[in-house]
Structures are given as C-alpha cells and as structure tokens.
Design a protein around this ligand. Structure first.
Ligand SMILES: Cc1cc2nc3c(=O)[nH]c(=O)nc-3n(C[C@H](O)[C@H](O)[C@H](O)COP(=O)(O)OP(=O)(O)OC[C@H]3O[C@@H](n4cnc5c(N)ncnc54)[C@H](O)[C@@H]3O)c2cc1C
Length: 630
C-alpha cells in the first residue's frame, strides 16, 4: 500500500489543478460578488445547421429505444442485450462526441446531453454505458490531448461502436489519487503496466481503456501519474470480476488486473505526469453528462407525479389536492425547470467556447445529483406504497409498471461518482477562494517565509482596497435594478445582493480562520451550495426571459421563491451551526464513548474479509470474465 500523508495528498491534487483562468467565468465571478449576466447574455442558441442534424439523430435514437429497449428485462437479467449495444453502435451513439472527420456524429454538448437524457429514460445503465464511454473514456481525453496519430488510430474504431472505459480508481484510491499504486515501468519502446483497478464502468466490455498509473521517476522520465490508452485484450490484462450494485443493474463494471502488460510509448496521452490534469480537464465538460441524466429523472418524476396524483383519490380528494403532496409536486416541477436551465446554459457556454465553464459544470453536477435524489425520494412518497414496490411486482398485480424504486436506486450513485458531493464542495470552494489565495495565499501559508508574507501582505492590501468597496452596494439594492427582466427582476436583485454577501462572508471567513479555512468543510459546503442556488436562479430567470414563455416564467418565479428560502437558511447556518460540536462528538464516537448505543442488534460488521481488499502484483489467479459481444 502506498503511504501518503495529508499534505502530500493535497499537493498531488493541487498540482493537477488547472491554475490559469484564460476565459471569463460566470461562476467564479458569482463567488467574488459580481453577478456578470453579461457573460451569459444573450441566452446562447444552438447553431441551426448542426441542430437540425442533431435533431434528426435524436429522432432515430428515440425510435430505436422505443422499439428495442426493454427496461424490465435489463432489470431482471442485470444485462443489456448484445443487440441493443450493437444497435446503438450502428446508430452512431458511441461516436456522439467524436468529430465527423473520424466517423463520429460531432454533436454539441447540448445535443449530446439531450441524447443521454433520452437514453437514460429508456434505461439508466444504458446512458451510464454511453456516458462513461465518451465523457471519461478514450474519446474525450484523446480529443483534448491526443496526438493526430492517436486520434486517427482510435477515434474511428470508437465511433464505429467499440466500447471504452476509464480506469483510475483502485481499492486504495477513491477520492485521493495520491495513493495510486498501479505502476508503469519504462522499458525499451514503452512501459510495463502492473496494478489492479476497481469499479471501471464498461470494464467488462471495453476493448480500449484509459488507464492511470504511476511512472517512477528515473533518468529521462519525469514520472508521476500518467494516462495511457491500453488495448483491453493485451496479454496480461484480466477482467477478474463484474461488480454488482444497489442500482444500475445493467452496468458492466469490472475489477481489472494488469500484470506486466506492455504499452507502447506512443500510447501515453499528453505526457508523463500529466494524467491527473488530463482526468480533471476531461471532467470539465465530461461532468455535464451526469446532470443530463438527472434532468431526465426530474422529467420522469414530474410526469409520474402529475398523472398519478390526479388519479389517486384519498380522503375525498385526488392526492395532488392535499397540500402536503401538492408541495412536493411543485418542488419537482420548479426544480426540474431550473436544473434544465442550468444544464442547457452550461452546455451552450461550453459549445461556443466563450467562457471557462469548469465551475458551472461542477455546480450543475453537484446540484443536479443532490436535487434529483430529493425529487425521486419525494416521488416515492407521492406514490405511497406503490413507490416502494418494484415495477415487476406492480405489473404482476395488474397495475402500471412504474419503477420509482428503481429510479431511486439508479440515481443514488450520482452523488458519489465523478466527484462525490463532499469532494465537489472542496473542489468548487478551492476555485471560489482562488482569488484570495492568489493574492493572500502566502500570508496564511504557515510554511511561507517572512519575506514572502510581507510581499503578499502588500499585494493583498492593494487587491482588497479595490475589491471590498465593490461588495457594499450594487444593482441588487437599486429598486428598479434588472428592470428588463419584468417580474423576475426581483429575483435577480436577490441573486446580486446574495452574491456580494457570499463574497463578504468568504472574505470574513478567510480573515477569521486563515489557513484553517480549508478544514471548515461545513462552512465551505454551505458557501458552495449557496453559489449553486444562485447559479440555478440566474439560469432559470435567463431561460424564462429568453424564451418569453408564460409557463416558464411561472416556473422560474416559483423556483426562485423556493430557492431563496434555502439560500437564507444556508446563510444563517454559516455562523449558527453544530459543525464544531459535530467534529468533537465524532472524535468521541471513534474513541468508543458511545459503544453502549450500538448494543441490541447483531454485529454489523462481519469478522471475515478486509475493509479494503489488498492486492499483490503478479498474474491473475482467476478466470477472465470479459464479455464479448456476439
Ligand atoms: C457504480 C460505480 C461506477 C464507477 N465507475 C468508475 C469508473 O468508470 N472509473 C473509475 O476510475 N472509478 C469509478 N468509480 C469509482 C468512483 O469514482 C469512486 O467510488 C469515488 O471516487 C469515491 O471514491 P471511494 O468510493 O473510494 O470513496 P472514498 O474516497 O473512500 O470516500 C468515502 C467517503 O469519504 C468522503 N471523503 C473522502 N475524502 C474526503 C475529504 N478530503 N473531505 C471530505 N470528505 C471526503 C467521500 O466523499 C465519501 O463520502 C465507480 C464507482 C461506482 C460505485
């Protein structure tokens, strides 16, 4: 096992960060107290020529899904049939994000996300397959960092339907890549790869893999975590297991062992030591696919809730007419509208390449995965007992086969993978305080010399003298501010005022806690959640205004009113919370002070087995369980 202390782990993450901001960022400005609607105005529109082509593809995709995908069978068998995978390949669904010159469809982010939404509504394991393949699998890192030869060699194969996977996680590497123990030893003409990778989506099926491994530092090798394209049938690659989960029953997810696998030097993506930066940059837009499926889930929740709650009568009324149920349906409708606005806006900004969208994509992933989970949970409640019953069981009793429990199970993983909520909070908070760190970082760095601190002090003095006064007053306090937005102006004024308040609170926290701020995860999480709500409100208002549709305006208005209550509660909790008490209590829990509370149930943790499986380098001792398409 690789031993890494906290400081080293942070250094690895920091080194992988993209430090430059070459293009403007709406999200970054929001955290600095500046509501820069000019950066997202006018509401971007997809290019009409490519949009028409993309709509044609979406029509064919829809028809294919309706005719060929049997969600119940995938749930029952835990397997996506070969003919469905092949059929999607023939339609070009594995090349949605690959340029046309390599045989792909070259869809925009907007239409790619629409396609994932559609596919996810047929079966979520299918959209996970397509998204893992092209958002994090081989196509995207090659598109961004590949050489012309690599693109020519691999992209046409992938566009034609070969499946790819992305292998970063190891038993000992989850959120913290510094502990990576897979190695790639330089040898004549290339590298020898050894290691075990865990939970690789598509891993049992993929023929091409992106593999992250540590190259040891040596003469002529700068070393570090490096990304490789690996042919999955190379000698020494064994698919040791197909994993099973709470949801996504059709997922083809593997444990993959590499034993002395030769990888040619030409297969390095980018350069040695750039692997994590490549992974993070890939995720900048790759992260948009997950909320696309969450928006799809919102639409599903709304459709089921609307029809069921109108039909189901209890206590003399359709359940939708009981206030407690009505509130849930209103929440689902408003949240779905805002989530879709956030997603579409982020996609279109990514497509026109005008803005840096890394904060927006991270916010929509965070907000989308959290809110979709709440919406699905509320839908279970609206459906009552039927929400807890499987679709197959409902159908067997002659009722409509609506799989709300499947939706809940399938959605849960979105809060964990592609950056867990806790890690997304830290990642976004890091960017949100970046302006402070870049001017005042040395003041709060315990390891900086006195000279560096003094220089930073002078720099910070100038920055804050200019910046702080801008946080006092703004358009949000002017009664007619944002008047062009009609009835929605009141919400934009709130967003503007809250953005400045957010920046003031962040500055105050920096001054109060200095270097300890990075440990105040409760505080940072709330700062980020407020930012996500403000982005959602802005996007909802912008969309409603641009589309000039009265129904959209109603939903944006409702969303903003609901969101505002959450924002106010989050602001209040910044300084009034049990964070410190909770940290102390958890120390006591771990010290065993409350052991008596665990009595009365059978032992929760089995004696057998390890918490985290260990692995030793060497050839595989189990049968290869790779799936080959017929
Ligand atoms: C179905 C499925 C599919 C997956 N697909 C892929 C794939 O295709 N490729 C791939 O490489 N990986 C994949 N993964 C792995 C996934 O990305 C990881 O599960 C995820 O990164 C979290 O890592 P972990 O599970 O080891 O949790 P851990 O890192 O062990 O974290 C445990 C908990 O601690 C929290 N935590 C950790 N560090 C911190 C911190 N510094 N501050 C606050 N909280 C913290 C986490 O948020 C989490 O709540 C998949 C996993 C699953 C279950």
């Amino acid at each position: 096992m690789t031993t890494v202390d906290e400081k080293q782990a942070r250094q690895v993450a920091e080194a992988a960060r993209e430090t430059q901001w070459r293009k403007p960022s709406f999200g970054k400005e929001l955290f600095l107290g500046r509501l820069r609607l000019d950066l997202v105005q006018p509401w971007p529109e997809p290019d009409p020529a490519t949009a028409e082509q993309a709509e044609g593809f979406l029509d064919k995709l829809r028809a294919f899904l309706v005719a060929n995908v049997d969600n119940a069978a995938i749930e029952r068998d835990g397997r996506i049939p070969d003919e469905v995978i092949r059929g999607l390949g023939e339609l070009g669904a594995f090349g949605m994000k690959i340029d046309q010159k390599y045989g792909g469809l070259g869809l925009s982010n907007l239409h790619y996300c629409r396609a994932l939404q559609l596919v996810g509504s047929a079966n979520p394991s299918l959209s996970a397959l397509l998204s893992a393949h092209q958002s994090i699998g081989v196509p995207q890192p090659l598109k961004l960092f590949g050489t012309p030869e690599q693109k020519q060699a691999y992209l046409p194969r992938l566009a034609a339907g070969e499946v790819s996977a992305f292998l970063l996680t190891e038993p000992d590497v989850g959120s913290d890549p510094a502990r990576m123990s897979s190695t790639a030893r330089p040898v004549n003409g290339g590298y020898r790869l050894d290691g075990v990778k865990l939970w690789a989506t598509n891993g049992t099926l993929a023929t091409l893999l992106v593999v992250m491994a540590q190259v040891p530092k040596s003469d002529g090798h700068r070393g570090g975590i490096t990304a490789f394209v690996v042919e999955a049938d190379s000698p020494g690659v064994t698919i040791e297991r197909r994993n099973e989960f709470l949801g996504l029953r059709g997922l083809e997810n593997s444990v993959t062992r590499f034993h002395d696998v030769f990888v040619p030097a030409d297969n390095v993506i980018g350069a040695e030591g750039k692997g994590l930066r490549i992974a993070l940059t890939t995720l900048n837009t790759g992260r948009l696919s997950l909320p696309a499926m969450c928006v799809g889930a919102g639409k599903y929740c709304l459709s089921v809730a609307r029809q069921w709650a109108a039909d189901r009568v209890q206590w003399g009324l359709p359940v939708a007419r009981h206030e407690a149920v009505a509130k849930k349906i209103a929440f689902i409708a408003a949240t779905t509208y805002a989530m879709e606005a956030m997603l579409d806006l982020s996609c279109m900004l990514a497509d026109d390449d005008r803005n840096d969208i890394r904060i927006e994509a991270a916010l929509v992933k965070l907000f989308g995965s959290e809110m979709a989970w709440v919406m699905a949970d509320e839908l279970v409640q609206v459906r009552g007992g039927r929400g807890y019953e499987t679709a197959a069981s409902l159908a067997a009793r002659g009722e409509k086969a609506i799989g709300v429990e499947q939706l809940l199970r399938d959605l849960r993983i979105n809060r964990i993978f592609e950056g867990s909520t806790e890690i997304m909070h830290l990642l976004i908070a890091r960017e949100a305080v970046d302006a402070h760190l870049s001017v005042a970082g040395d003041i709060i760095d315990p390891e900086a010399s006195l000279g560096r601190k003094a220089k930073a002090g002078a720099r910070a003095g100038g920055f804050y003298a200019r910046w702080l006064p801008t946080l006092a007053v703004g358009r949000g306090q002017v009664p007619g501010g944002f008047g062009g937005y009609g009835p929605l102006a009141v919400h934009l004024r709130f967003v503007e005022r809250s953005s400045r308040k957010l920046a003031r609170e962040t500055f105050y926290a920096m001054a109060r806690w200095q270097g300890r701020l990075e440990r105040k995860q409760g505080f940072l999480g709330r700062i980020v959640d407020i930012g996500a709500e403000l982005f959602a409100m802005s996007a909802a208002c912008m969309r409603a205004h641009a589309q000039a549709d009265p129904a959209g305006r109603e939903l944006a208005d409702l969303f903003c009113k609901q969101s505002r209550l959450r924002v106010e509660a989050l602001f209040a909790a910044l300084w009034d919370n049990t964070d410190a008490l909770d940290v102390q209590a958890t120390r006591r829990v771990l010290d065993g002070r409350y052991l008596a509370l665990e009595e009365g149930v059978l032992p929760a943790v089995p004696q057998a087995g390890e918490w985290v499986s260990s692995w030793a380098p060497g050839p595989s001792t189990v049968e290869d369980v790779r799936r080959r398409l017929e």
